[in-house]
Design a protein around this ligand. Structure first.
Ligand code: 5CA
Ligand code: ZN
Length: 409
């Protein structure tokens, strides 16, 4: 499906630095040195509600990854999915007496508008679960033929024991996996499974639910993890540079995806690095559609909040930290935006060459956006205190803040 329009990324003098990023699977830093084309897969939304600040924070982190790569003159092959058929979407549609396809289309359209307003660069391939079904079915059949999948009352499950490296993404112990599996879409209590953790690959058609032709699997719909595997393998192949998402995706989603792909291809790794953003909370609890404690990007925009201020509020936090959304953060970001805009609107200012390098250095250092923001703050403070005579400086700052942080001044 179509994604959304790309905002222009201004070119900067010199070249950026290679990105060193925290990898969940090793628990340490990895310096990424992709070839001329960097490959990234970022898990997309399940479109049953609007984009909240938690989603926006996660997509902001991976937008920064793209911007760092573009600044090193690489091309970026970025793929994102939309989980446009899944249990929570069907449940929400049922509760509201809504048509599930209409709900998914409406919320996906709103997501596109939010991403555009926030200057998040679009993926090159934006693929819905439904449109991926013809590619998913043969993968599930292959897993079954390899002995890595089995049938239970018409449903098809993946056997986690078929992957000797199962567990290597999240590195959790069995008990933690079991708890998270129950919380995050798994069914560890279902009798008859070979291993309680085994996830569904293909759900047999159920009354009142949509279903598709599954070839030898029978009619049904795809499981969640195989959806992202099929899309990533189709558009990126094995060994792509980064798989990204919020920290709630490390297990089971990214763990299971890695296992599916590794068993299917006999190769490792699925992704070279697994990168996870922290969780944004509201009133002390993780912001989530199921809890309903949400601040929506679209609602703030409707209230007249400048999307650049929303983006600055996100950038003020390190992507790996868990943090709490408050109105005060937004006020602070609005004031910062005003200061930065005033500073770049002058005809000259203090030299900004060192600032560009500071922003580059901060982002290359595990996407340290708060350090990048602090560096721009210092330049803006110097501009307002003493000014400067460099006529190119305000324009350079504006271009750097846009190219590297996605904020239009
Ligand atoms: N469709 C699947 C991924 S394939 C999914 O998790 N969709 S989602 O709509 O629930 O979440 C979309 C992205 O936002 C995921 O990367 C998720 O980890 C992230 N996310 C969800 N809630 C928060 C939050 N409160 N803070 C930060 N990131 C969040
Ligand atoms: Zn995913």
């Amino acid at each position: 499906m179509y994604a959304w329009p790309a905002s222009e990324v201004p070119a900067l003098p010199g070249s950026g630095r290679d990105l060193s990023i925290h990898d969940t699977a090793t628990g340490g830093r990895i310096t990424l040195t992709p070839g001329p084309v960097a490959r990234i897969y970022v898990c997309g939304i399940t479109p049953y509600d609007a984009t909240h600040m938690g989603h926006a924070a996660t997509y902001n982190a991976f937008d920064l990854v793209q911007r760092v790569w573009l600044d090193t003159k690489r091309q970026v092959h970025y793929v994102q999915n939309v989980t446009d058929v899944d249990d929570p979407l069907l449940e929400r549609a049922r509760e509201n007496g809504d048509d599930w396809t209409a709900l998914a289309e409406r919320e996906t359209a709103l997501f596109r508008e939010d991403m555009t307003a926030l200057r998040m660069l679009p993926p090159r391939h934006y693929i819905g679960a439904v449109e991926a079904i013809p590619g998913i079915v043969p993968l599930v059949e292959r897993l079954r033929d390899l002995g890595a999948a089995y049938e239970l009352d018409g449903d098809t499950y993946f056997s986690v024991e078929s992957d000797p490296s199962f567990g290597s993404v999240s590195r959790l112990d069995a008990e933690a996996m079991r708890l998270l599996s129950a919380e995050r879409g798994g069914d560890p209590e279902r009798p008859g499974k070979k291993n309680a953790l085994d996830p569904m690959l293909w759900t047999a058609a159920r009354d009142g639910e949509p279903s598709w032709d599954g070839g030898s699997l029978g009619r049904g719909r795809p499981g969640w993890h195989i959806e992202c595997v099929a899309i990533a393998l189709d558009h990126l192949g094995m060994g792509f540079d980064v798989q990204g998402g919020g920290s709630d995706l490390a297990f089971p989603h990214h763990e299971m995806g890695a296992s599916h792909a590794q068993v299917l291809t006999g190769e490792r790794p699925f992704a070279k690095t697994y990168v996870h953003a922290g969780m944004v909370a509201l009133d002390g609890e993780k912001m989530s559609k199921s809890k309903g404690n949400l601040v929506f990007v679209s609602a703030l925009r409707r209230d007249g909040v400048d999307p650049a201020a929303i983006r600055l509020a996100l950038l003020a936090h390190h992507y790996r930290s868990d943090w709490e959304w408050t109105d005060a953060l937004l006020r602070e970001a609005e004031q910062r935006l005003d200061r930065w805009r005033a500073a770049v609107s002058r005809p000259d200012g203090p030299s900004a060459d060192a600032l560009v390098d500071e922003i580059r250095k901060a982002l290359a250092d595990d996407l340290d956006s708060p350090a990048a923001v602090a560096a721009v703050d210092r330049w803006a403070a110097a501009q307002s205190a003493t000014g400067g005579t460099d006529e190119g400086a305000p324009g350079l700052v504006s271009r750097a803040v846009d190219a590297l942080l996605g904020v239009a001044l």
